[in-house]
Design a protein around this ligand. Structure first.
Ligand code: 13P
Length: 258
């Protein structure tokens, strides 16, 4: 791995306030020694953000991330939380376009693009999630789908915000299924993503972009995934809810740097 690895945990819809606090405490404690080598982040449910921020401290080696946001600062949008409010409670970044948002809640590429723009304007780091479904892969349309997701979102990234953009390639068929992409399958798409960014941004900015893999990453498969040239870390779901597994994945990322 040539770029500084990033390992982010997406807690999805899990954990009460108490459970979130306990998990944050265990992760903060168990990852101190890796802070220099690995960028670490956690994305708790909205209702735990304030308390997790308090547990992590104002200046922490662990970034606090929202799982989603709405691209208007305020207004008559019942039930939504804006990116500026995430920033207000101390979030450093936010996931945008997660496949569960796209598939279960109907988020389109257009809406995801608006979210990317709004989140970047707020100054948050954006983890843009992309990935094909099983049927799209079986039809040989993986790159067609991922390229369109990428292109429509990148259009909303102004040059000044490029360094705040992280990509997470998460094939839908690998999420929560225990069926991870092989390191080669993931590397192939990561290289295409970096190539596409290189084409659009010109210069060497694409070499700096962090591209994470997500989809059933665990303490057993992380090392092999991290050995690939264009895989710069992981966005972890299930395994980020157990401190030992999450810390082992972070350790694997740190060792991939040596
Ligand atoms: P799992 O690691 O549980 O497959 O989830 C991946 C994911 O969706 C992270 O955003």
């Amino acid at each position: 791995m040539t770029r500084k690895p990033h390992v982010y945990g997406n807690w999805k819809l899990h954990n009460t306030l108490n459970a979130s606090e306990e998990l944050a405490e265990a992760i903060a404690e168990g990852t101190k020694n890796y802070a220099e080598k690995v960028n670490i982040g956690v994305a708790p449910v909205f209702t735990s953000l304030v308390n997790v921020r308090r547990i992590l401290g104002e200046v922490s080696h662990i970034k606090l991330l929202g799982q989603n946001g709405y691209p208007k600062p305020n207004g008559a949008f019942t039930g939504e939380v804006s990116f500026s409010l995430l920033s207000d409670v101390g979030c450093d970044g936010v996931l945008v376009g997660h496949s569960e948002r796209r598939h279960l809640f109907g988020e389109t590429n257009k809406l995801v693009g608006e979210k990317v723009e709004s989140a970047l304007q707020t100054g948050l780091e954006v983890i843009l999630c992309l990935g094909e479904s099983l049927s799209e892969r079986e039809e040989g349309r993986t790159w067609e789908v991922v390229e369109e997701q990428l292109e429509s979102a990148m259009f909303h990234v102004p040059p000044v915000s490029r360094e705040k953009l992280i990509i997470a390639y998460e094939p839908v068929w690998a999420i929560g299924t225990g069926k991870t992409a092989t390191p080669q399958q993931a590397q192939e798409v990561h290289a295409l993503i970096r190539g596409k960014i290189r084409e659009s941004w010109l210069g060497d900015a694409a070499d700096k972009v962090i591209i994470l893999y997500g989809g059933s990453v665990n303490d057993k498969n992380a090392k092999d995934l991290f050995s690939q040239k264009d895989i710069d870390g992981a966005l972890v779901g299930g395994a980020s809810l157990k401190p030992e597994s999450f810390i082992s994945i972070i350790q694997a990322a740190s060792e991939s740097q040596q």
